[in-house]
Structures are given as C-alpha cells and as structure tokens.
Design a protein. Sequence first.
Length: 228
Amino acid sequence: MNSQKICIVGASGKLGRYMLQHALERGYQVVGVCRERSVSKLQDFKGRITLIPGATNDRRVIQQAVAGCDGVLTVLVPWGSQQYATGTAQAVMDFARPEARLIYSCGWHISRDGQDVYPQSLIREEKLARWMSRLTHIIDIDDQIEACRRIFASDTRWTVVRGSNLEEGESQGLPVWSEHVGDPILESNLTRRVDYALFMVEALQNDALIHVAPAIVGCRTPSALAYA
Ligand SMILES: NC(=O)c1ccc[n+]([C@@H]2O[C@H](COP(=O)([O-])OP(=O)(O)OC[C@H]3O[C@@H](n4cnc5c(N)ncnc54)[C@H](OP(=O)(O)O)[C@@H]3O)[C@@H](O)[C@H]2O)c1
C-alpha cells in the first residue's frame, strides 16, 4: 500500500480521469480538483477520492487541495483569456510543499531551451491556434507558454511532460521520450492518452525527470520501435 497523498488538478478531463485511475491502482490517496460543473464526470470515482470543486486558478482552492500532498499532477490548459494556465501553475508552485513532486502536462509546442525542431504540421497547427485565439479568445497559447516559463524558472521539483498528438485506445505501455522535438525517436508524433497519463503518474517516482521537460511518444509507434 502506498502511503503517499497526491493531488490531480484538472481531474475531470480525459487526461485527468486516466491519471486518477493509474494513481488509485498504485495506492495513492488522491485529492482531485475540477470545475463545479464537471463534478458529475467523476461519479465513477465517488468514495475513492477527495474531491474539491472549483476553478483550478482559484488560489484558495489550490491551497486547500495541495495541502500535505507529496505530489501534484496538473493538467495545464490554455483556456480563456484570463491567464488560466498561468494562474493554475503559480498557485500550485506557491502552495505545494517545497519537497513535493510537481508534474505538469502540455504539448510539444512548449520549448524549454529553444532547441526543438518542429514538424511543419505542428507549426501550422500553432499558427491556426493563435489565429483562433485572437478571433475567439477561447484559448490563449501564450498563457500556457508563460505558465511553463515560470515553472522552468522555479526551484520547485518540477517535470513538464510535453505530449505529442494524442489518440484513444488501450494502453501500450510507458511512452518513450526525448529532450527535443525533432529527435528521430519522436517522429511518429502519437501517444495513447492513457499512456500519457501513465507517464505523468510514473514521473512522481522518477527523480531523474526532475527539472526535465520530456517530449513523449507512444512506445509502440514506428519511430519508438526504430530508435529506442
Ligand atoms: N489534445 C491533444 O491532442 C494534446 C496534445 C498534446 C498535449 N496535450 C496536453 O494534454 C493535456 C490534456 O489535454 P486533453 O486535450 O487531453 O484534454 P482533457 O484531458 O480533456 O483536459 C481538458 C481540461 O480542461 C478543462 N477545461 C475544459 N474547458 C475549460 C474551460 N472553458 N475552462 C477551464 N477549464 C476547462 C477540463 O475540465 P472539465 O472536465 O471541467 O471540462 C479538463 O480538465 C493538456 O495539458 C494539453 O496541453 C493535448
């Protein structure tokens, strides 16, 4: 039995629910945070987790949720134009215990050191996302970039897991990773969402990933099989 307590911020989303499943299977005591309107999405987990409803960038909500936690898994999403991702990341950094492992999700588009070489398809997608965000204010890519900049600059025990394109499907196992997009092992640019969640949860116990921003890809994809 695992005596550690962790918090999942953004527990009701697709990634969040997979992380909940993996965490409970590993015996973690889990506190979940999700928006009030999404509480019903966690019906299957009722009685097995402590649920704190609220906006993930509400500092009081995060302060309560991460109290006493050994690790925090945060789904970083660039929703809206109110610095949602930045507010969420900052609150987690401010209120988690200094020794807690902090694992964040984001996409390949986040670069830690500017050494990533992006496929044309991703460059086009980001341009489109920026154009849409200017038009609709539904998402704000720069907010997720700023959130990660603050995480990278912090002295917390962080890992930023950079996801490739995602698909549904049964688990294939722990994704493989590389430090830079453009490395041949990542070429297939596809990961099962359930395995992305697995990587996030396993990172809690992997100190080699502290202060690393691994870009991941499914372990059964052609590029992973060719270059692992
Ligand atoms: N989708 C991809 O192809 C892809 C690729 C690479 C990396 N990623 C990364 O993977 C992570 C999860 O992404 P996902 O696509 O798999 O989605 P997801 O797990 O379904 O997560 C979406 C999250 O955003 C919340 N959310 C939705 N609308 C919102 C709003 N208007 N305001 C505030 N919160 C809102 C959801 O909460 P509710 O349950 O309350 O709606 C949920 O927690 C993200 O960090 C993303 O950057 C995704």
